[in-house]
Ligand binder design. Structure first.
Ligand code: PA5
Length: 449
Protein backbone atom coordinates (compact mmCIF):
# COMPACT_ATOMS: atom_id res chain seq x y z
CA UNK A 1 0.00 0.00 0.00
CA UNK A 2 1.39 3.42 -0.91
CA UNK A 3 -1.53 5.34 0.60
CA UNK A 4 -2.47 4.98 4.26
CA UNK A 5 -4.72 6.81 6.70
CA UNK A 6 -3.70 7.79 10.22
CA UNK A 7 -6.46 8.51 12.74
CA UNK A 8 -4.39 9.11 15.88
CA UNK A 9 -5.25 12.83 15.95
CA UNK A 10 -9.02 12.33 15.99
CA UNK A 11 -8.99 10.24 19.13
CA UNK A 12 -10.32 13.07 21.32
CA UNK A 13 -13.55 13.35 19.34
CA UNK A 14 -13.83 10.00 17.62
CA UNK A 15 -12.81 7.67 20.42
CA UNK A 16 -12.45 3.89 20.31
CA UNK A 17 -15.93 3.71 21.89
CA UNK A 18 -17.40 5.99 19.22
CA UNK A 19 -15.84 3.83 16.53
CA UNK A 20 -17.11 0.63 18.15
CA UNK A 21 -20.60 2.18 18.27
CA UNK A 22 -20.72 3.10 14.56
CA UNK A 23 -18.77 0.11 13.23
CA UNK A 24 -21.80 -2.08 12.51
CA UNK A 25 -23.50 0.69 10.53
CA UNK A 26 -20.40 1.22 8.43
CA UNK A 27 -19.89 -2.48 7.78
CA UNK A 28 -23.55 -2.67 6.72
CA UNK A 29 -23.03 0.34 4.43
CA UNK A 30 -20.06 -1.41 2.82
CA UNK A 31 -22.20 -4.53 2.23
CA UNK A 32 -24.93 -2.38 0.70
CA UNK A 33 -22.32 -0.91 -1.64
CA UNK A 34 -20.58 -4.10 -2.75
CA UNK A 35 -23.76 -6.20 -2.89
CA UNK A 36 -25.42 -3.42 -4.87
CA UNK A 37 -28.54 -3.41 -2.74
CA UNK A 38 -28.79 0.31 -1.98
CA UNK A 39 -30.24 3.34 -3.71
CA UNK A 40 -28.30 4.36 -6.79
CA UNK A 41 -27.18 0.77 -7.38
CA UNK A 42 -27.37 1.22 -11.13
CA UNK A 43 -24.38 3.60 -10.89
CA UNK A 44 -21.84 1.22 -9.39
CA UNK A 45 -19.87 0.35 -12.53
CA UNK A 46 -16.87 2.22 -11.12
CA UNK A 47 -16.35 -0.47 -8.44
CA UNK A 48 -14.99 -3.00 -10.95
CA UNK A 49 -13.64 -0.53 -13.50
CA UNK A 50 -9.94 -0.96 -12.60
CA UNK A 51 -10.09 -4.66 -13.53
CA UNK A 52 -13.06 -4.78 -15.86
CA UNK A 53 -12.67 -2.09 -18.49
CA UNK A 54 -12.96 -2.09 -22.26
CA UNK A 55 -9.43 -3.10 -23.36
CA UNK A 56 -10.13 -2.27 -27.00
CA UNK A 57 -11.18 1.24 -26.04
CA UNK A 58 -8.18 1.57 -23.71
CA UNK A 59 -5.88 0.85 -26.67
CA UNK A 60 -7.82 3.34 -28.79
CA UNK A 61 -7.37 5.99 -26.07
CA UNK A 62 -3.60 5.50 -26.24
CA UNK A 63 -3.68 5.70 -30.03
CA UNK A 64 -5.76 8.87 -30.03
CA UNK A 65 -3.46 10.38 -27.38
CA UNK A 66 -0.42 9.62 -29.55
CA UNK A 67 -2.12 11.24 -32.56
CA UNK A 68 -2.97 14.38 -30.55
CA UNK A 69 0.61 14.48 -29.25
CA UNK A 70 1.95 14.31 -32.80
CA UNK A 71 -0.39 16.73 -34.56
CA UNK A 72 -1.32 19.29 -31.88
CA UNK A 73 0.49 21.98 -29.92
CA UNK A 74 -2.57 22.41 -27.75
CA UNK A 75 -5.41 20.21 -26.49
CA UNK A 76 -8.57 21.88 -25.18
CA UNK A 77 -10.48 19.64 -22.76
CA UNK A 78 -14.12 20.70 -22.77
CA UNK A 79 -16.24 19.48 -19.86
CA UNK A 80 -17.63 20.43 -16.45
CA UNK A 81 -17.85 18.77 -13.02
CA UNK A 82 -17.11 15.07 -13.24
CA UNK A 83 -16.37 15.50 -16.91
CA UNK A 84 -13.13 17.41 -16.33
CA UNK A 85 -12.07 17.48 -12.67
CA UNK A 86 -10.51 14.00 -12.61
CA UNK A 87 -8.40 14.66 -15.69
CA UNK A 88 -7.24 18.02 -14.39
CA UNK A 89 -6.51 16.58 -10.94
CA UNK A 90 -4.32 13.85 -12.43
CA UNK A 91 -2.52 16.03 -14.96
CA UNK A 92 -1.71 18.74 -12.42
CA UNK A 93 -0.60 16.21 -9.80
CA UNK A 94 1.52 14.09 -12.12
CA UNK A 95 3.07 16.51 -14.56
CA UNK A 96 5.20 19.64 -14.31
CA UNK A 97 3.98 22.36 -11.88
CA UNK A 98 4.14 24.83 -14.78
CA UNK A 99 3.04 22.31 -17.39
CA UNK A 100 1.77 24.75 -20.02
CA UNK A 101 4.55 27.30 -19.71
CA UNK A 102 7.64 25.12 -19.27
CA UNK A 103 9.85 24.58 -22.34
CA UNK A 104 8.38 22.03 -24.78
CA UNK A 105 11.70 20.13 -24.55
CA UNK A 106 10.90 19.40 -20.91
CA UNK A 107 7.13 18.89 -21.27
CA UNK A 108 7.30 16.94 -24.57
CA UNK A 109 3.49 16.82 -24.89
CA UNK A 110 0.82 19.35 -25.97
CA UNK A 111 -0.22 22.23 -23.78
CA UNK A 112 -3.57 21.37 -22.15
CA UNK A 113 -6.28 23.91 -21.32
CA UNK A 114 -9.78 23.48 -19.96
CA UNK A 115 -12.99 25.05 -21.26
CA UNK A 116 -16.68 24.47 -20.72
CA UNK A 117 -16.34 24.57 -16.95
CA UNK A 118 -17.57 28.16 -16.87
CA UNK A 119 -19.57 30.47 -19.13
CA UNK A 120 -17.09 33.34 -19.15
CA UNK A 121 -16.69 34.97 -22.55
CA UNK A 122 -13.48 36.62 -21.32
CA UNK A 123 -11.98 33.25 -20.37
CA UNK A 124 -12.85 31.72 -23.73
CA UNK A 125 -11.71 34.75 -25.76
CA UNK A 126 -8.38 34.68 -23.90
CA UNK A 127 -8.01 30.96 -24.52
CA UNK A 128 -8.64 31.48 -28.24
CA UNK A 129 -5.79 34.02 -28.14
CA UNK A 130 -3.50 31.55 -26.36
CA UNK A 131 -4.13 28.97 -29.08
CA UNK A 132 -3.50 31.59 -31.74
CA UNK A 133 -2.71 29.98 -35.08
CA UNK A 134 -1.13 26.91 -33.54
CA UNK A 135 -2.29 23.36 -34.24
CA UNK A 136 -4.88 22.12 -31.77
CA UNK A 137 -7.46 19.46 -31.02
CA UNK A 138 -10.46 19.35 -28.72
CA UNK A 139 -11.85 16.63 -26.48
CA UNK A 140 -15.52 17.31 -25.75
CA UNK A 141 -16.60 15.36 -22.67
CA UNK A 142 -20.24 15.16 -21.62
CA UNK A 143 -22.03 12.06 -20.42
CA UNK A 144 -25.47 13.50 -21.04
CA UNK A 145 -24.26 15.30 -24.14
CA UNK A 146 -26.62 18.16 -23.37
CA UNK A 147 -24.87 20.22 -20.69
CA UNK A 148 -24.98 23.94 -21.49
CA UNK A 149 -21.49 25.02 -20.39
CA UNK A 150 -19.51 22.50 -22.49
CA UNK A 151 -22.11 22.94 -25.24
CA UNK A 152 -21.37 26.66 -25.57
CA UNK A 153 -17.60 26.13 -25.38
CA UNK A 154 -17.76 23.35 -27.98
CA UNK A 155 -19.40 25.67 -30.50
CA UNK A 156 -16.73 28.30 -29.98
CA UNK A 157 -13.69 26.01 -30.27
CA UNK A 158 -15.27 23.94 -33.08
CA UNK A 159 -15.73 27.16 -35.07
CA UNK A 160 -12.04 27.96 -34.69
CA UNK A 161 -11.10 24.44 -35.77
CA UNK A 162 -13.30 24.63 -38.87
CA UNK A 163 -11.96 28.07 -39.80
CA UNK A 164 -8.42 26.75 -39.54
CA UNK A 165 -8.69 23.28 -41.05
CA UNK A 166 -12.01 23.13 -42.93
CA UNK A 167 -14.91 20.93 -41.84
CA UNK A 168 -13.49 17.56 -42.83
CA UNK A 169 -10.04 18.02 -41.27
CA UNK A 170 -11.53 19.68 -38.19
CA UNK A 171 -13.66 16.58 -37.57
CA UNK A 172 -10.43 14.56 -37.27
CA UNK A 173 -9.34 16.82 -34.41
CA UNK A 174 -12.54 16.52 -32.39
CA UNK A 175 -12.76 13.68 -29.89
CA UNK A 176 -16.13 13.15 -28.21
CA UNK A 177 -16.46 11.30 -24.90
CA UNK A 178 -20.12 10.66 -24.21
CA UNK A 179 -22.92 8.15 -23.83
CA UNK A 180 -22.64 5.13 -26.12
CA UNK A 181 -26.00 5.77 -27.78
CA UNK A 182 -27.89 8.88 -26.70
CA UNK A 183 -27.57 12.65 -26.30
CA UNK A 184 -26.89 15.57 -28.63
CA UNK A 185 -23.11 15.06 -28.55
CA UNK A 186 -23.42 11.43 -29.62
CA UNK A 187 -25.74 12.42 -32.50
CA UNK A 188 -23.35 15.16 -33.59
CA UNK A 189 -20.32 12.88 -33.33
CA UNK A 190 -21.98 10.22 -35.45
CA UNK A 191 -23.10 12.72 -38.05
CA UNK A 192 -19.79 14.59 -38.24
CA UNK A 193 -17.59 11.52 -37.90
CA UNK A 194 -15.73 12.42 -34.68
CA UNK A 195 -13.85 9.67 -32.92
CA UNK A 196 -15.92 8.75 -29.87
CA UNK A 197 -15.21 7.28 -26.47
CA UNK A 198 -17.80 5.96 -24.06
CA UNK A 199 -18.90 7.02 -20.60
CA UNK A 200 -20.43 3.77 -19.32
CA UNK A 201 -24.13 3.94 -18.34
CA UNK A 202 -23.38 2.72 -14.84
CA UNK A 203 -20.62 5.24 -14.02
CA UNK A 204 -21.66 8.72 -12.87
CA UNK A 205 -19.61 11.80 -13.76
CA UNK A 206 -17.79 12.22 -10.46
CA UNK A 207 -16.82 8.53 -10.45
CA UNK A 208 -15.60 8.55 -14.06
CA UNK A 209 -11.93 9.54 -13.82
CA UNK A 210 -10.82 6.01 -14.72
CA UNK A 211 -12.96 5.89 -17.88
CA UNK A 212 -12.14 7.64 -21.16
CA UNK A 213 -13.43 10.81 -19.46
CA UNK A 214 -10.21 11.09 -17.49
CA UNK A 215 -7.95 8.70 -19.36
CA UNK A 216 -7.75 10.41 -22.77
CA UNK A 217 -6.61 13.84 -21.51
CA UNK A 218 -4.35 12.17 -18.91
CA UNK A 219 -2.73 10.04 -21.63
CA UNK A 220 -2.23 13.12 -23.84
CA UNK A 221 -0.33 14.77 -20.98
CA UNK A 222 2.18 11.91 -21.08
CA UNK A 223 1.17 10.37 -17.75
CA UNK A 224 1.08 6.57 -17.62
CA UNK A 225 -2.56 5.43 -17.61
CA UNK A 226 -1.60 1.75 -17.17
CA UNK A 227 0.02 2.58 -13.84
CA UNK A 228 -2.98 4.68 -12.82
CA UNK A 229 -5.27 1.69 -13.42
CA UNK A 230 -2.83 -0.61 -11.59
CA UNK A 231 -2.92 1.64 -8.52
CA UNK A 232 -6.71 1.70 -8.61
CA UNK A 233 -6.84 -2.08 -9.03
CA UNK A 234 -4.60 -2.53 -6.02
CA UNK A 235 -6.81 -0.24 -3.91
CA UNK A 236 -9.92 -2.08 -5.15
CA UNK A 237 -8.49 -5.38 -3.99
CA UNK A 238 -7.83 -3.96 -0.52
CA UNK A 239 -11.14 -2.10 -0.29
CA UNK A 240 -13.16 -5.20 -1.19
CA UNK A 241 -11.22 -7.65 0.94
CA UNK A 242 -10.49 -5.83 4.13
CA UNK A 243 -12.53 -6.08 7.28
CA UNK A 244 -13.25 -2.96 9.33
CA UNK A 245 -10.09 -2.99 11.43
CA UNK A 246 -7.81 -3.12 8.37
CA UNK A 247 -9.87 -0.89 6.10
CA UNK A 248 -8.88 2.75 5.70
CA UNK A 249 -11.95 3.37 3.54
CA UNK A 250 -14.34 2.09 6.22
CA UNK A 251 -12.50 3.87 9.04
CA UNK A 252 -12.48 7.14 7.09
CA UNK A 253 -16.25 6.79 6.48
CA UNK A 254 -16.76 5.98 10.17
CA UNK A 255 -14.69 8.86 11.54
CA UNK A 256 -16.19 11.54 9.28
CA UNK A 257 -19.72 10.37 10.21
CA UNK A 258 -18.86 10.38 13.93
CA UNK A 259 -17.46 13.89 13.67
CA UNK A 260 -20.47 15.04 11.63
CA UNK A 261 -22.85 13.73 14.25
CA UNK A 262 -20.90 15.69 16.88
CA UNK A 263 -21.38 18.96 14.98
CA UNK A 264 -18.22 18.98 12.88
CA UNK A 265 -20.07 19.63 9.65
CA UNK A 266 -17.16 20.94 7.56
CA UNK A 267 -14.28 18.82 6.34
CA UNK A 268 -11.20 20.67 5.12
CA UNK A 269 -8.89 18.71 2.81
CA UNK A 270 -5.49 20.27 3.33
CA UNK A 271 -2.43 19.73 1.17
CA UNK A 272 1.15 20.94 1.44
CA UNK A 273 1.89 20.33 -2.25
CA UNK A 274 0.39 22.78 -4.78
CA UNK A 275 0.27 19.94 -7.32
CA UNK A 276 -2.61 18.48 -5.29
CA UNK A 277 -4.84 21.54 -5.59
CA UNK A 278 -7.05 19.94 -8.24
CA UNK A 279 -7.10 16.57 -6.47
CA UNK A 280 -8.87 18.53 -3.74
CA UNK A 281 -11.22 20.12 -6.29
CA UNK A 282 -12.05 16.62 -7.56
CA UNK A 283 -12.55 15.37 -3.97
CA UNK A 284 -14.81 18.36 -3.18
CA UNK A 285 -17.11 17.41 -6.02
CA UNK A 286 -17.00 13.71 -5.16
CA UNK A 287 -18.05 14.20 -1.57
CA UNK A 288 -20.15 17.37 -1.95
CA UNK A 289 -22.35 16.08 -4.75
CA UNK A 290 -22.57 12.58 -3.29
CA UNK A 291 -23.51 13.52 0.27
CA UNK A 292 -25.05 16.98 0.28
CA UNK A 293 -28.76 16.18 -0.01
CA UNK A 294 -31.91 15.59 2.06
CA UNK A 295 -30.76 18.38 4.39
CA UNK A 296 -27.67 16.38 5.34
CA UNK A 297 -23.97 16.17 4.62
CA UNK A 298 -20.54 17.42 5.50
CA UNK A 299 -19.50 20.50 3.54
CA UNK A 300 -16.23 19.61 1.80
CA UNK A 301 -13.75 22.40 1.37
CA UNK A 302 -10.01 22.54 0.80
CA UNK A 303 -6.91 24.53 1.62
CA UNK A 304 -3.49 24.83 0.03
CA UNK A 305 -0.90 25.04 2.80
CA UNK A 306 1.22 26.79 3.74
CA UNK A 307 -0.36 29.46 1.46
CA UNK A 308 -3.73 29.46 3.22
CA UNK A 309 -2.18 29.41 6.69
CA UNK A 310 -1.65 33.10 5.97
CA UNK A 311 -5.28 33.66 5.06
CA UNK A 312 -7.60 31.01 6.55
CA UNK A 313 -5.16 29.74 9.20
CA UNK A 314 -6.48 32.18 11.80
CA UNK A 315 -10.08 31.03 11.29
CA UNK A 316 -9.18 27.36 11.30
CA UNK A 317 -7.23 27.75 14.55
CA UNK A 318 -9.61 29.98 16.48
CA UNK A 319 -12.81 30.60 14.52
CA UNK A 320 -16.13 28.81 15.00
CA UNK A 321 -15.10 25.23 15.61
CA UNK A 322 -17.40 23.35 13.25
CA UNK A 323 -14.67 21.78 11.14
CA UNK A 324 -12.08 19.04 11.06
CA UNK A 325 -9.14 18.57 8.72
CA UNK A 326 -7.94 15.77 6.49
CA UNK A 327 -4.28 16.48 5.77
CA UNK A 328 -2.54 14.89 2.80
CA UNK A 329 1.11 14.22 3.62
CA UNK A 330 3.33 13.37 0.66
CA UNK A 331 6.26 11.51 2.21
CA UNK A 332 8.71 12.00 -0.67
CA UNK A 333 8.50 15.12 -2.85
CA UNK A 334 8.96 14.73 -6.61
CA UNK A 335 11.91 17.17 -6.60
CA UNK A 336 14.29 18.06 -3.81
CA UNK A 337 16.27 21.23 -3.11
CA UNK A 338 18.95 21.51 -0.42
CA UNK A 339 19.34 24.89 1.34
CA UNK A 340 22.83 26.42 1.25
CA UNK A 341 24.76 28.63 3.61
CA UNK A 342 25.15 32.29 2.59
CA UNK A 343 28.21 34.37 3.54
CA UNK A 344 26.06 37.05 5.00
CA UNK A 345 23.24 35.67 7.15
CA UNK A 346 21.12 38.81 6.99
CA UNK A 347 17.83 36.92 6.80
CA UNK A 348 18.94 34.65 9.66
CA UNK A 349 18.18 31.48 7.71
CA UNK A 350 21.68 29.96 7.75
CA UNK A 351 20.49 27.53 10.40
CA UNK A 352 18.67 25.77 7.57
CA UNK A 353 21.85 25.23 5.52
CA UNK A 354 22.22 21.57 4.59
CA UNK A 355 18.53 20.93 5.23
CA UNK A 356 16.08 20.30 2.42
CA UNK A 357 13.22 22.62 1.50
CA UNK A 358 10.97 19.63 2.13
CA UNK A 359 12.26 19.51 5.70
CA UNK A 360 10.92 23.06 6.10
CA UNK A 361 7.61 22.05 4.49
CA UNK A 362 7.26 19.00 6.75
CA UNK A 363 8.15 21.07 9.81
CA UNK A 364 5.40 23.50 8.83
CA UNK A 365 3.01 20.58 8.36
CA UNK A 366 3.80 18.89 11.66
CA UNK A 367 3.74 22.22 13.50
CA UNK A 368 0.35 23.04 11.97
CA UNK A 369 -1.12 19.65 12.82
CA UNK A 370 -0.06 19.95 16.45
CA UNK A 371 -1.31 23.54 16.72
CA UNK A 372 -4.68 22.59 15.23
CA UNK A 373 -4.99 19.49 17.42
CA UNK A 374 -4.18 21.66 20.46
CA UNK A 375 -6.89 24.06 19.25
CA UNK A 376 -9.42 21.21 19.39
CA UNK A 377 -9.53 20.39 15.68
CA UNK A 378 -9.63 16.67 14.88
CA UNK A 379 -7.18 15.70 12.13
CA UNK A 380 -7.15 12.72 9.82
CA UNK A 381 -3.79 12.29 8.10
CA UNK A 382 -3.39 10.58 4.74
CA UNK A 383 0.17 9.51 4.04
CA UNK A 384 1.15 9.07 0.40
CA UNK A 385 4.54 7.64 -0.41
CA UNK A 386 5.03 9.96 -3.39
CA UNK A 387 2.91 11.48 -6.12
CA UNK A 388 2.92 9.13 -9.10
CA UNK A 389 0.38 7.36 -11.27
CA UNK A 390 0.13 4.28 -9.05
CA UNK A 391 -0.41 6.19 -5.81
CA UNK A 392 -2.89 8.54 -7.45
CA UNK A 393 -4.88 5.58 -8.81
CA UNK A 394 -4.92 4.17 -5.29
CA UNK A 395 -6.02 7.48 -3.80
CA UNK A 396 -8.78 8.07 -6.37
CA UNK A 397 -10.23 4.61 -5.82
CA UNK A 398 -9.99 4.69 -2.02
CA UNK A 399 -11.75 8.06 -1.90
CA UNK A 400 -14.49 6.79 -4.24
CA UNK A 401 -15.05 3.60 -2.26
CA UNK A 402 -15.07 5.47 1.08
CA UNK A 403 -17.51 7.99 -0.42
CA UNK A 404 -20.00 5.25 -1.27
CA UNK A 405 -19.75 3.82 2.25
CA UNK A 406 -19.89 7.23 3.90
CA UNK A 407 -22.96 8.26 1.90
CA UNK A 408 -24.87 5.11 2.82
CA UNK A 409 -23.82 5.54 6.47
CA UNK A 410 -25.18 9.08 6.32
CA UNK A 411 -28.45 7.71 4.94
CA UNK A 412 -28.42 9.30 1.48
CA UNK A 413 -28.18 8.00 -2.08
CA UNK A 414 -24.57 8.92 -2.90
CA UNK A 415 -25.04 8.39 -6.62
CA UNK A 416 -27.62 10.97 -7.65
CA UNK A 417 -27.56 14.78 -7.80
CA UNK A 418 -31.18 15.99 -8.03
CA UNK A 419 -30.30 19.43 -6.64
CA UNK A 420 -28.11 20.30 -9.62
CA UNK A 421 -31.23 20.66 -11.78
CA UNK A 422 -32.71 23.70 -9.98
CA UNK A 423 -30.30 26.28 -11.35
CA UNK A 424 -30.50 24.72 -14.81
CA UNK A 425 -34.30 25.14 -14.89
CA UNK A 426 -33.97 28.85 -14.13
CA UNK A 427 -31.02 29.33 -16.48
CA UNK A 428 -32.89 27.73 -19.39
CA UNK A 429 -35.91 29.95 -18.72
CA UNK A 430 -33.73 33.06 -18.61
CA UNK A 431 -31.85 32.02 -21.74
CA UNK A 432 -35.17 31.79 -23.56
CA UNK A 433 -34.97 28.06 -24.26
CA UNK A 434 -38.20 27.07 -26.03
CA UNK A 435 -40.77 25.54 -23.67
CA UNK A 436 -39.70 27.63 -20.67
CA UNK A 437 -41.48 30.90 -21.54
CA UNK A 438 -43.80 31.10 -18.52
CA UNK A 439 -41.06 30.53 -15.97
CA UNK A 440 -38.87 32.97 -17.91
CA UNK A 441 -41.46 35.77 -17.52
CA UNK A 442 -41.90 35.03 -13.81
CA UNK A 443 -38.15 35.06 -13.14
CA UNK A 444 -37.58 38.24 -15.13
CA UNK A 445 -40.24 40.07 -13.17
CA UNK A 446 -38.56 38.92 -9.93
CA UNK A 447 -35.14 40.03 -11.16
CA UNK A 448 -36.34 43.41 -12.40
CA UNK A 449 -38.32 44.01 -9.21
O1 PA5 B 1 -20.90 14.12 -11.28
C1 PA5 B 1 -21.75 14.49 -12.08
O2 PA5 B 1 -22.65 13.74 -12.48
C2 PA5 B 1 -21.75 15.90 -12.64
O3 PA5 B 1 -20.79 16.69 -12.07
C3 PA5 B 1 -21.49 15.85 -14.14
O4 PA5 B 1 -20.25 15.27 -14.37
C4 PA5 B 1 -21.54 17.26 -14.73
O5 PA5 B 1 -22.74 17.88 -14.43
C5 PA5 B 1 -21.36 17.20 -16.24
O6 PA5 B 1 -22.36 16.42 -16.83
P1 PA5 B 1 -22.21 15.88 -18.29
O7 PA5 B 1 -21.03 14.98 -18.35
O8 PA5 B 1 -23.48 15.16 -18.57
O9 PA5 B 1 -22.02 17.08 -19.19
Amino acid sequence: KTVSFDFKNVAGMASAEDIAAIKEEVVAAKSTLVNKTGEGNDFLGWIDLPVDYDKEEFARIKKAAAKIQSDSDVLVVIGIGGSYLGARAAIEALRHSFYNSVDKEIRKTPEIYYAGSNISSTYMAHLLQVIGDRDFSINIISKSGTTTEPGIASRIFKKKLIEKYGKEEAAKRIYATTDKAKGALKTLATEEGYETFVVPDDVGGRFSVLTAVGLLPIAVSGADIDKLMEGAASARKDCLAENFDDSDAMKYAAVRNILYRKGKSIEILANFEPALHFVAEWWKQLYGESEGKDGKGLFPTATDFTTDLHSLGQFIQQGSQNHFETVINVLHPTCEIVMEEEDCDLDGLNYLAGKTVDFANKSAMNGTILAHVDGGIPIIQINIDKIDEFTLGELFYTFEFACGISGYTLGVNPFNQPGVESYKKNMFALLGKPGNEELGKELLSRING
